[in-house]
Design a protein around this ligand. Sequence first.
Ligand code: ZN
Length: 591
Amino acid sequence: MKFSEMQYTRPDVPKILQQYQDATERFQKAHSAEEQLSIYRELEAVNTDIETNMTLCSIRNSIDTRDSFYAAEQDYCDENTPLLEEAQHVFEAALLASPYREKLEQQLGTLLFQNLEMTQKSFSPKITKLIQQENALQTQYQKLYASAKITFDGKDCNIAQLEPYKQSTERQVRRAALEAEGSFFDEHQKEFDELFDALVKNRTEQAQTLGYESYVELAYMRRLRNCYDAKAVANFRSQVIRHVVPVVGEIKQAQAQRLGLKRLTFCDDALSFPDGNAVPQGTPEQLLEAGREMYREMSPETAAFIDQMFQMELFDVLAKDGKAPGGYCTDLPGYHCPFIFSNFNGTSADVNVLTHEAGHAFASYLADRTISIAALRQPTMEACETHSMSMEFLTSPWHHLFFQEQTEKYAISHAEGALVFLPYGCMVDHFQELVYASPDMTPEARNQAWLKLESTYRPYQDFDNLPFYSRGAGWQRQLHIYLYPFYYIDYCLAQTTALQIWSAARKDAKAAWQQYFSFVKMGGTKTFLRLLETTHLRSPFAPGCLQEVAAETKTWLDNAYAELAQHTKLIFKSTFSGRWAVEKRILENAP
Ligand code: ZN
């Protein structure tokens, strides 16, 4: 079946609530574990149906936000989700209290029960109102962010559309783009500050109502951090400061040399090469076709996966009028398939859709076929991001299909970016910890805290009097801080693992693929640390892990820099032409 033929049916909420209530009563009166298990399976089918319809609705709403039918259906779904969650919560409490729990755990796995206990501890009907208010504040932030209409280069641009200008080879264009973006945030300073302040106070109240000291503990509970705590994360961050920050300093120096700059400022941060960043070659259709070729060659499993994606038309990636911004990967469990949404814009981010998002999609495709209990298909987010971030690297042997003669440049920026990300990701996490530990901080104190973290995690950063960024408010453009609190460390833990897998792949591609495949195939049947242990990957928290990962990646980069220098010398000799100035700069400054 093709995506366009999938039939949306509005979930009949009153009927579902009744079903839940009946099932919970029958469950409590059941006389055996078998009877309870069959009721569990019955509700699993109900959930699959709700999830499939709600996801169909949200995908179609994002594909065309002007379609009033799906906009209205989306409102209906949003309004009713809390009611459905409450019914689920009541059933799950009954499941945890079952006298047959031991037998049920044998069937469903102990982890499922551990996770449900965490879910129970992170919700109570007492905070429903606060959650609704939190949702409304988040929507306001999204609206404010999306309202940006910045006149630039003769066009009305939103924040995302300014991105290519920040990578311009002309310094004044990059600076102007950052100034334009900064002025939007400066103009709305009060609104951004007030929204965040309200969110911090709301979340703190939720935590205190549930008996927690601060929101940090509640956030860990909500994110189902079932195998590490905030102390382990703090220790991970200090390892990043010790072992990754200095390496990033060297990377930034190399970047400055390539660009022929004595001093690298924030305006130059997004430009990797003096002749421009690597961009995909070919039309969007050709990129998709290259993606198909890549996954067909990679393994029989990825071949079957990509064929399903194409046959069922599970991509909507071309930029179109009326489409919502951004990109995502989601699941349609009723049709046993994932779905990928994006807005191609001609930058290397387009290829990311076919490597990163497709990594998520492949994991979901595989789990659907190998794990019979729906609740155990998806692991916690650091493991999910390991699926996708590792796929970005495992696809390296095929990147030439997208970048052609720019492949070398892409490989360098990608590896540099992986390391540069780690301190930034930790800084975002650390900032949130400080903010929620002292919820009464003023907006100004928050900005000062951010600037102080900048000097620890990104000591090379020079904001060069840019508006907005210089006053320490740069964190306000990081959606996750407003919308998905404490998500960022998941990316850092995943990146550390992805870099290990990449290193293994450079030594033995087949063995690394098998290692990755076993990790992905286990879905959410184990905790993140157990998944790593089972597949002989090192825990990012283990002493020395980060140091080793950073050093190995840097060695690869040093070789790549040397090769690029060689390569560039050849180009320079053979094409002594108008691009001389640019190429001369690379030649002289390559490390
Ligand atoms: Zn991802």
